[in-house]
Design a protein around this ligand. Sequence first.
Ligand code: GLN
Length: 192
Amino acid sequence: MKIGILALQGDFAEHRIMLKNLGVETAEVRLPEQLKGLDGLIIPGGESTTIGKLAAAFNLIKPLRKFGQRHAIWGTCAGAIFLSKDVSHKQPLLKLMDIKVARNAFGRQLDSFEIYLDISNLNRAAGKDDPYHAIFIRAPIIKSVSGDTKILASIPDGRIVAAQQGHFLATSFHPELTNDSRFHEYFLSLVD
Ligand code: GLN
């Protein structure tokens, strides 16, 4: 199995380290031809407008959409925004996953925070359902899900922060900045 990490901007290096520690081969993706031979793709956190503009500039939007028809894609934070169908803001999106997202949903005061999440919905790959230490950095919220999208985790006020639709996974937070590989393992379980 070989997993690509979209490496246009953001914290792609941390995802690589996480996968390396799980014994998974990875490749950085900056050009359409680099998608060849990959079994799945991670879109990291960073700045979704920048990732979107660079993806458009490198002619990656269409190839990424095509890749997503057959392969698993996981977007973390800015990556989740880029993967979504709707962000109520004019910026390039892949529009692959049936989620509506709101950027910077926690305002200034709470720009960044950490919280323990109940991820018992996800323990298929994880095998244990201890609370999950989640790091939010100027994070988006998943305002709503549609189609066959499942909610995987919410914060205590009910707002959605992790969802899955078939082989698409979206998280508002940054599993690559922790030592807990349960979300990475879960993503790998979605890769055919
Ligand atoms: N605020 C960023 C955006 O709107 C996301 C932040 C992040 O990826 N940590 O794209």
